[in-house]
Design a protein around this ligand. Structure first.
Ligand code: FAD
Length: 247
């Protein structure tokens, strides 16, 4: 429909890593959710719809005694967003478990891509103009009790160090490689708690910028620029954004 009308379009999962400009997005926004949230196990292969929330995938597979995605329990968002971003944590990422992805190409054609046809890098993929619809994930076997115990520990660790109860646009910068994470560099430059308008560098974790209640997207973008410039000047590291700016 967007193509017929010459409109730009964007696909969203749960919007966990996007910032929409204050002027909005002048086109069609497709949100993947119920209806595309299939979850099925065939042997040790999980067949999952793009709209299924990632924490649900982590919990369900762990309960059934399958290992591979249990560490994703605290990653907000959907499978589609997770695959597109190659999301990951605690040393695991989507690229490791994917065996096949079903996509719709820009012409509206649905096709299957084998893992070897997809290029995944740190927090990115080459699926830019594809709509991810479904995926097959190759998992292993493990005791549900062991997986549940691990997930409990990871969730407690996350809740203690991530501003889960404040609105934010997800990880702002990619980790630059090398010994220090983006969060560490921002903190070392004295920027934790720094505020522009209603947007603040989280006092809990410096790579999350939170909305204190009145933030506009422009406030967040100004804060991103300020942090980027300050880290470049003080630490000599050029940070690249992970958050996707829409509009
Ligand atoms: C508190 C918090 C903690 C986080 N922790 C982590 C973490 O530990 N590790 C990590 O990697 N990330 C983390 N993130 C970032 C975020 O959770 C991930 O990037 C997540 O995978 C985004 O999923 P989503 O469905 O919300 O995608 P969205 O934010 O909706 O979209 C992200 C991008 O993916 C594209 N996209 C979404 N769905 C599809 C689809 N079906 N087909 C094609 N493109 C699509 C969108 O167009 C957009 O460019 C965190 C975010 C928050 C808020």
């Amino acid at each position: 429909m967007a193509q017929e009308r010459g409109l730009p379009s964007v696909v969203l999962g749960l919007g966990s890593n996007v910032l929409v400009r204050d002027s909005g997005f002048p086109g069609l926004v497709v949100r993947m959710g119920k209806g595309l949230d299939r979850f099925e196990m065939k042997g040790a292969t999980a067949i999952v719809g793009a709209g299924l929330p990632t924490p649900l995938l982590a919990r369900r597979t762990a309960e059934l005694g399958f290992t591979g995605v249990e560490r994703f329990i605290g990653i907000p968002g959907t499978i589609g967003g997770g695959i597109y971003m190659n999301a990951g944590c605690h040393g695991a990422e989507f690229a490791e478990v994917i065996t096949e992805v079903t996509v719709m190409d820009p012409k509206g054609k649905v096709k299957q891509l084998a893992r070897r046809q997809i290029v995944f890098k740190y927090r990115s993929s080459n699926l830019d103009d594809q709509v991810i619809l479904e995926a097959k994930l190759g998992l292993g076997e493990e005791s549900p009790a062991k997986l549940k115990e691990l997930q409990g520990r990871l969730l407690r660790w996350r809740k203690a160090g991530t501003p889960f109860d404040q609105p934010c646009c997800g990880s702002v910068f990619r980790n630059p490689g090398g010994p220090k994470t983006a969060g560490m560099l921002i903190e070392e430059c004295g920027l934790k708690g720094h505020q522009i308008g209603g947007a603040q560098v989280s006092t809990m974790h410096a790579n999350y910028f939170v909305n204190l209640g009145t933030a506009t997207a422009a406030d967040v973008l100004k804060l991103i620029e300020h942090v980027r410039k300050t880290v470049a000047k003080k630490a000599g590291v050029e940070l690249a954004t992970e958050v996707k700016v829409i509009g």
